[in-house]
Design a protein around this ligand. Structure first.
Ligand SMILES: [Zn+2]
Length: 128
């Protein structure tokens, strides 16, 4: 049992990473419209937070991760920055920003400091 888990983990680590780009339909069960198909997206809690953000509705959206079979796709963990919005020829990373506290987060919600709602902030890079 332990051995088979080890082997599948190793295979997982070596699997070529896939990338999907399509239109995002955010929600509790987010879907990416890819080549006319609806692909159900899964991921960790913070990733699902981003994928549930109504502000990203109909975004030209790219996810990296791997196919999880049967019209499903598992997005890589949030810290690998595997979600992008394509806008005006640019590939932008997704973050959330509190203007008041200058705090950046990677999942929507309230600011950890002032408890205000954070603003969606799409950036080519994170400099600050
Ligand atoms: Zn704040």
């Amino acid at each position: 049992m332990a051995l088979s888990v080890f082997v599948s983990m190793a295979a997982w680590a070596e699997a070529a990473k896939a990338s999907l780009r399509g239109k995002l339909r955010p929600g509790d069960a987010p879907v990416l419209l890819f080549e006319g198909k609806e692909i159900a997206l899964g991921g960790d809690k913070a990733t699902m937070g981003v994928l549930g953000d109504a502000r990203l509705k109909e975004a030209d959206f790219e996810v990296r991760g791997e196919p999880a079979g049967d019209g499903k796709f598992q997005v890589d963990p949030i810290h690998t920055r595997s979600m992008f919005v394509h806008k005006q020829g640019k590939r932008l990373m997704i973050s959330y920003w509190c203007e008041v506290c200058s705090i950046r987060t990677y999942s929507p919600g309230v600011c950890m400091c002032c408890q205000d709602e954070t603003a969606l902030d799409l950036k080519e890079r994170f400099d600050e």
